[in-house]
Design a protein around this ligand. Structure first.
Ligand code: ATP
Length: 244
């Protein structure tokens, strides 16, 4: 199964965010998308999930243009963790996580392992709206994991997570990739990207983009070109044995 963007151009108002992007996601890889605030990361993952239309170009799932697929069919293969807050969800944590199975109708499914993996078992009966920020983010991740998408697109998934749960997210992403899935994450931490991503996509916010391995892209000069002067020095502190 493949998910591929070709000649994808994304705009916001008069701005071109991404110009003529070609990105074919491979089975078994974790891909990080990096760029400054407003560079177009969220816009790109929304378009890759079929929730927004590009200005030009297209995204194809197994050769079929996403806009020709029924939303339910897309949701059986592509999962999106958007930025945002479902504070107005009035059900329990278990019910919130089970919503991840909606694309699969009434087929029986046990959400318990997903609640356990994200340390939500004790909170399963609690109203979702009462969760802390990090607990809520874990419930959102558990919902996406319960969906079991072949392509998981996560927009800033580290938000609100403590280091232990960041590690849990990493383990989950690697498990997905090892099982032949593909995980795409937008990130603001090049050190995390250096350690845990197989490929990176840099978005410069003016149409330009660059795709490569962490070893190719995570150099001080490349980071300063992406984020601005002085930024690479900040990340190098105490990390001399790592690529950044
Ligand atoms: N309707 C709109 N009209 C004009 N500009 C828009 C519109 N919607 C979004 N934008 C702009 O598009 C740009 C890209 O937004 P996007 O959310 O994709 O950025 P991002 O890289 O995910 O940023 P962040 O790191 O802050 O989450 C932003 O500058 C945003 O203000």
């Amino acid at each position: 199964m493949s998910l591929a963007a070709s000649s994808l151009t994304l705009t916001a108002g008069a701005r071109t965010l991404v110009d003529s992007l070609d990105l074919a996601l491979d089975a078994g890889e974790v891909v990080g998308i990096l760029g400054a605030n407003g560079a177009g990361k969220s816009t790109l993952v929304s378009v890759m999930a079929g929730l927004a239309a590009p200005a030009r170009g297209e995204v194809r799932l197994d050769g079929l243009a996403l806009d020709r697929l029924a939303p339910l069919t897309r949701a059986q293969h592509i999962g999106l963790l958007p930025q945002g807050d479902e504070g107005d969800f009035f059900g329990s944590v278990a019910e919130f996580v089970a919503l991840g199975r909606h694309p699969f109708g009434s087929a029986p499914f046990d959400c318990a392992p997903h609640l356990a993996r994200w340390e939500l078992a004790d909170l399963a009966g609690r109203a979702f709206a009462t969760l802390s920020g990090g607990e809520r983010q874990r419930a959102r991740l558990a919902q996406l994991a319960a969906q079991q998408p072949r392509f998981a697109l996560l927009d800033e998934p580290l938000t609100h997570l403590d280091p232990a749960h960041q590690a849990r997210l990493l383990a989950w992403a690697r498990t997905q990739a090892d099982a032949g899935g593909t995980v795409v994450l937008t990130l603001h931490d090049p050190n995390w990207a250096a350690c845990h991503c197989d490929r990176l996509l840099f978005l410069y916010g003016d149409g330009r983009w660059r795709l490569g391995t962490p070893a190719e892209l995570l150099t001080p000069a490349a980071l300063e070109a992406l984020y601005g002067p002085g930024t690479a020095a900040l990340w190098r502190q105490g990390k001399q044995d790592q690529p950044v």
